[in-house]
Design a protein around this ligand. Structure first.
Ligand code: LLP
Length: 425
């Protein structure tokens, strides 16, 4: 069961009415379900435990780095995939063990590399020839050995939004096939570099297993080639990317059903089982870096209708929740289901649900068929636990939302709404 559900025409977060939380803490408000996060984590982790494979499950903390969520997953035993020195600081502060922290990213600064080497994290995922040389130099200066995995760009279409596909030739990520062997050769000769693995992350919100199958075949061939050169590949890092459902998350007679181009969604368990099956033949220590799949459906963003405006060609529902709170619709034309907190039989209409920010791209939903809304009505933007708050900003000097964590019959504020005074620090 999902921990956000409708009962008696009202939306609940675990044991609480979302409306009550929205009234108590105000809107916009991120609400997370602790038990949904745990359920997601266990659904991915348990098959790995059962497989008896050696593995590290590194949460991609960019998806949601609220300290309480970080702590929760660290306590469950997760490692962390980090993409900056700031994320390393957070991972370290909130309980992730050094030997489970892996650092990815095409543009690590010298300071970040030095910081991570001093922290003795278990792996740097290297994305260019120049980077491996710089890591080697800094490791030499510090008198340490850097453990690295080389990230390949296998030129595979992950069939996701172009902005979140990462494994194609035209993307900046990883090292192209034509150069990859050369990078392994160079790295092998460096005394301060220990090449421990191969990394591949082909994109995010992948709902089809075919691109994964293609990536695994590619990795299999590459492993053979580099092992023949004398590299001892011990880690196979498959990145993250498991897709989640955004459409028709909740169904109800007052919520219009949306046509979905994705016909079948693999469950998290199915996703991971297929990855295990594909990767177990290589007999390597497996690293995965799930982000979205752990937290997306464990969060919602509650907002309130400010005004209704009938334009000449469209009707606008103007809300207090904008692109600075949730960037995904404006950045990726992402679809998020919108659910009124009180479902009523008022009939439906097609409207643009927009935010208050001074940008035409500031919308939560365009041409959306939804129950007729009025000033003061509250609603939830569903599936916003991943890349919601973490992509939020202060644009228009707006204050970042508050965040609440619900756990059965308890809830607590896990981040206060920003205050105006904080805007000038
Ligand atoms: N590993 C690496 C190297 C990554 O770059 C990412 C995500 C992940 C793991 C986690 O991927 P996930 O399991 O969350 O798909 N802001 C976009 C998504 C950007 C993903 C960036 N990299 C969105 O809101 O859709």
């Amino acid at each position: 069961m999902n921990h956000f559900y409708i009962k008696d025409n009202r939306l609940y977060a675990e044991n609480f009415l979302v409306e009550d939380l929205a009234k108590e803490f105000g809107t916009p408000l991120y609400i997370y379900s602790k038990n949904q996060i745990l359920k997601n984590y266990r659904e991915i982790n348990q098959p790995l435990v059962n497989s008896k494979l050696d593995f590290i499950n590194c949460y991609a903390i960019k998806a949601n780095s609220n300290p309480e969520i970080l702590k929760l997953l660290a306590e469950e035993g997760a490692g962390a995939e980090i993409a900056s020195g700031g994320e390393l600081y957070l991972a370290h502060k909130f309980g992730y063990l050094r030997n489970k922290i892996t650092f990815t990213g095409v543009g690590k600064t010298d300071e970040e590399i030095e910081y991570a080497l001093k922290e003795n994290i278990f792996n740097f995922t290297v994305e260019s020839m120049q980077e491996v040389k710089v890591i080697s130099e800094i490791a030499h200066k510090l008198g340490v050995i850097a453990r690295v995995s080389i990230r390949v760009n296998p030129d595979i279409d992950a069939k996701t939004h172009p902005y979140i596909t990462t494994g194609m030739k035209e993307n900046k990520f990883g090292i192209d096939s034509k150069d990859i062997i050369e990078v392994f050769k160079t790295a092998l000769k460096m005394p301060n570099i220990d090449v421990i693995g191969i990394h591949s992350h082909i994109g995010s919100q992948i709902t089809d297993v075919d691109p994964y199958i293609e990536a695994v075949k590619y990795l299999g061939d590459l492993i053979k080639k580099v092992e023949a050169m004398g590299v001892n590949i011990r880690y196979l890092n498959f990145g993250g990317g498991f897709g989640v459902r955004y459409k028709n998350v909740l169904t109800h007679r007052y919520i219009p059903f949306e046509e979905d181009e994705i016909k079948e969604y693999a469950s998290l368990g199915d996703h991971i089982e297929s990855v295990i099956k594909l990767l177990s033949v290589y007999n390597k220590k497996l690293v995965i870096e799930p982000g979205r799949s752990l937290v997306a459906n464990a969060g919602i963003l509650a907002g309130k209708v400010l005004f209704i405006k009938q334009g000449e060609v469209k009707k606008f529902v103007i809300t207090d929740t904008g692109m600075n709170d949730l960037m995904r619709p404006c950045l990726y034309q992402a679809y998020h289901q919108l659910v009124p907190l009180n479902l009523k039989d008022t009939g439906t209409e097609t409207v643009d649900i927009v935010g208050p920010v001074c940008e035409t791209s500031d919308f939560l939903a365009a041409k959306r068929c939804i129950q007729r809304l009025e000033r003061g009505d509250r609603f939830a933007v569903m599936t916003t636990g991943a890349y919601g708050y973490s992509l939020s900003s202060n644009y228009n000097a707006r204050l970042r939302p508050a965040e609440v964590l619900v756990d059965g019959d308890k809830y607590r504020l896990i981040r206060e709404r920003e205050k105006v005074e904080e805007l000038h620090y």
